[in-house]
Design a protein around this ligand. Structure first.
Ligand SMILES: [Mn+2]
Length: 336
């Protein structure tokens, strides 16, 4: 028996598949600061549509380059960094993007633009012309995999690799609550289609620049625990990056070390943003390990978003004020 939500998602899947069948020209995009699921879904969907003879381009802001080190092997052929001249003829497909504000580009908000919104965030604002929001999907890549099946696409090794990146990163290497039987079945299918899990593991989680370790060392040296350890928080400053020669994305994964500490309900990494126009801004990443806490609510209250267990936001609050605000929110949720 399917739940009501699953039935609704089935109907939406059918609608989006029909839309994709009809469309000849498409532009695919995802959220800013793309993670593994964003990139894997984007590339996987692009390869599927191209295989079916469609004219597909992928859009990401040039500011995203270079992508984090772990995604360097992904080949984004057909990537554009500005609005294509024939955008009026293209269907826009948003992948893994819960809110259109997470892709802050004017040309994607023009009147009359036809948007397919394919996502798994529970707080998706359903900004598309047609929406496929499957909240039970472990990752958007899982939805793309289902779409590929419906469209009769062959899961080639490059498609399998791209979708596996989304799957393994969004499930926390098959360790988070969203790790369903469907997620494991999909992994089996992708491995059958050519993914080598050990090579993928090496590519995504090892073989990293030394600056990652240096940033991690700085972050761990800064750790503070609040409220009897319910909050474990680390802070990375501009100096931490400048003195080690690290780039912003070198702090990827730090928060996973924080969430692993006994007694932690919420892990927080706060880091200064480095580019000039973001001077004075900080980015916070939140992870919840306690079921009573929904960090996406905290992130939304502070202008961001995400999942119950993993969310983030940018802020101009000073660190003391920021810590106080997070503590208040967490305490309130733990009391409820
Ligand atoms: Mn995702």
């Amino acid at each position: 028996m399917l739940s009501t939500a699953e039935q609704a998602a089935q109907g939406e899947l059918h609608d989006v598949v029909e839309e994709l069948r009809q469309a000849d020209k498409l532009l695919l995009t995802t959220h800013e600061n793309p993670d593994g699921d964003a990139l894997g879904s984007l590339l996987g969907m692009h390869l599927v549509l191209t295989q079916l003879g469609k004219d597909s381009v992928m859009y990401m802001s040039p500011d995203e380059q270079p992508l984090p080190h772990e995604y360097r092997e992904m080949k984004f052929e057909g990537l554009v960094g500005e609005c294509p001249e024939d955008m009026g003829e293209r269907v826009a497909v948003f992948l893994d993007c819960g809110n259109i504000d997470r892709m802050p580009v004017d040309f994607l908000r023009r009147e009359g633009i036809h948007i397919l919104n394919v996502d798994h965030h529970h707080d998706n604002t359903r900004f598309g012309t047609v929406n496929l929001v499957a909240i039970e999907a472990s990752c958007t890549a899982e939805i793309v995999f289902a779409i590929a099946g419906e469209l009769g696409a062959e899961i080639t090794p490059p498609i399998a690799d791209a979708l596996y990146v989304g799957l393994v990163t969004d499930t926390g290497r098959f360790g988070y609550e969203n790790t369903s039987a469907a997620a494991h079945r999909m992994a089996a299918d992708l491995i059958g289609a050519g993914v080598a899990p050990h090579l993928m593991h090496r590519r995504l989680f090892e073989d990293l620049p030394f600056t990652r370790l240096q940033v991690l060392a700085r972050a761990l040296a800064s750790v503070e625990r609040y409220d009897d350890g319910a909050i474990t928080l680390a802070l990375l400053t501009r100096e931490d990056f400048e003195e080690t020669g690290a780039v912003e994305t070198d702090s990827e994964g730090v928060v996973d070390h924080l969430r692993a500490v006994q007694g932690t309900a919420v892990a927080v990494l706060v880091r200064d943003q480095l580019c000039e126009e973001r001077d004075g801004w900080r980015k916070a990443s939140l992870r919840a390990t306690d079921e009573r806490v929904d960090v996406s609510m905290i992130a939304r209250a502070l202008g961001g978003g995400g999942h119950r267990q993993a969310a983030g936001f940018s802020t101009q609050l000073g660190s003391a004020e920021l810590v106080a605000t997070i503590r208040e929110h967490v305490a309130e949720q733990l009391r409820a």
